[in-house]
Design a protein around this ligand. Structure first.
Ligand code: 4AD
Ligand code: MG
Length: 430
């Protein structure tokens, strides 16, 4: 008997096959048992008929508990009413392992309860759909850069210095010296861009975020491209091409999962170039016109981002923030040095900033001064300054937060379900 996966069941129509999985749900109607069996690739209804399998098997099916591991053999039959289009008519059933008192029942549970049991919660259809969207998004991201001639260059996790400000650093002991978990691979990618031209890194990054919000994790994945001879305008074009491409790719390949999550696809289908581009000043005017009390020089928080994105039906690019609210490595705008040549992309529907980046300072003396002005230790940045001594050129890049993008694409209210084992201010387990 062929062992098959649920996802390939259509190929076995009319044949007898064996599925190996777990009991997801069960219902019975006297002479029939309907077992929902999941095997990781999908869920299928398995029909156990008393008159066909006999009393002993029927009694076994009747006793089966949720999440027990089972092997079911049966005939694959077309069934137009089932979401899969097929069901299995069971001829044999084996119990591999009996699960007693599985804690997550089909009834509603609170998020705290489920988060505590995240290792089991991953088995639910909803988590399955979200994490398959995440997987596809990762593929789409890699595809985009790989097919555009970028070289993947992994950045280190242990770092000697801060990239994104000293207030969100996780410090650890590195053989008697302090080391920090990386906040961003950017500085290393700048070295990479001068070596390879177009590079990207994609890995976990860490921020000791002391606030509880629906957009912040303490460990999240970021993809960061960096390109030599690229200016801010080129960086905005790249961000726009990239975001359109990855969102459309996920709609194309994970439509079923998005439908299961009841995502309104028409909103995602609008993620098409060109995206509106507004300056910080224009965004500020818009906020003030909406009655928000905010003055020039203040950074935008979640509330401001939501108010801005309400005006647009697709992602919006905001460029040229005041340099004072951005990181030390940003290049100032020659046309108005109070401004940084930076860009943020806000997702629509209030999902907030999904991309941050810009053009980097490429002049040695200016960068030395910025490091000093930000109170950063020069020794830790000597290697970074070297890049401005030996063949420095204009260059730019950005970082996209994977989990915020998954939350937006799936239409989730919080980022905590977008990563298999979320790390939050109050959560290090499981
Ligand atoms: O805007 P950020 O801080 O930019 C950088 O780190 C740059 N060095 C990237 C670069 O230019 N190479 O972070 C980039 C993105 C944000 O837009 C957001 O999507 C995500 O990373 N992000 C977070 N996601 C989840 N939890 C957090 N605590 C996040 N902090 C940033
Ligand atoms: Mg940012």
């Amino acid at each position: 008997m062929a062992n098959v996966y649920v996802e390939e069941i259509a190929r076995y129509s009319g044949q007898t096959v064996t599925l190996r999985g777990w009991l997801y749900q069960k219902r019975s109607s006297g002479k029939l048992q309907f077992l929902q069996v999941r095997d990781g690739t999908g869920t299928i209804q398995c029909v156990v008929e008393r008159s066909l399998v006999g009393e002993e098997f029927f009694a076994l099916a009747d006793r089966l508990t949720q999440e027990s591991a089972i092997m079911v053999t049966g005939t694959v039959q077309e069934d137009k009413r089932s979401p899969l289009g097929f069901e299995l008519h069971v001829t044999d059933l084996q119990l591999v392992h009996e699960a007693l008192d599985y804690p997550i029942s089909p009834k509603e549970h609170g998020t705290g309860f489920l988060m505590e049991r995240r290792h089991l919660w991953l088995r639910s259809s909803r988590q399955h759909a979200i994490l398959r969207v995440r997987h596809q998004l990762i593929r789409a991201i890699r595809d985009f850069f790989d097919s555009a001639g970028f070289t993947l260059l992994d950045a280190p996790i242990f770092t000697p210095a801060a990239c994104e400000g000293t207030t969100t650093l996780f410090q650890t002991d590195y053989f008697g010296q302090p080391a920090f978990l990386t906040q961003s691979g950017q500085l290393y990618l700048e070295a990479g861009a001068f070596a390879f031209g177009k590079v990207y890194c994609f890995g976990p990054t860490f921020r000791a975020e002391k606030s509880k919000t629906r957009r912040h994790l303490t460990e999240f994945w970021m993809v960061e491209p960096e390109v030599a001879y690229l200016d801010l305008a080129g960086d905005m074009d790249l961000a726009e091409d990239f975001l359109e491409s990855i969102v459309q790719n996920v709609i194309e390949h994970r439509g079923a999962e998005l439908k299961f999550l009841e995502r309104d696809l028409t909103l995602l289908e609008r993620v098409r170039k060109p995206f509106p581009r507004i300056s910080y000043q224009e965004a500020l005017d818009l906020l003030q016109a909406k009655g928000k009390e905010i003055s020039w020089g203040q950074d935008f928080g979640g509330d401001e981002e939501t108010l801005i994105s309400e005006n647009f039906d697709r992602p919006v690019l905001i460029h040229r923030y005041p340099a004072q609210c951005k990181a030390f490595y940003m290049k100032n705008d020659p046309a108005d040095p109070r401004l940084a040549l930076c860009l943020d992309v806000l997702a629509p529907e209030g999902y907030g900033e999904v991309i941050g980046g810009g053009q980097r300072e490429d002049d040695l003396e200016t960068l030395e001064k910025k490091i000093a002005d930000h109170g950063l230790p020069r020794e830790a940045f000597e290697w970074y300054l070297d890049l401005r001594k030996y063949g420095s050129v204009p260059h730019a890049g950005f970082g996209l937060g994977l989990e915020r993008t998954v939350a937006w694409i799936c239409g989730l209210p919080h980022v905590r379900e977008t990563i298999p084992f979320p790390r939050l201010l109050d959560r290090l387990k499981p």
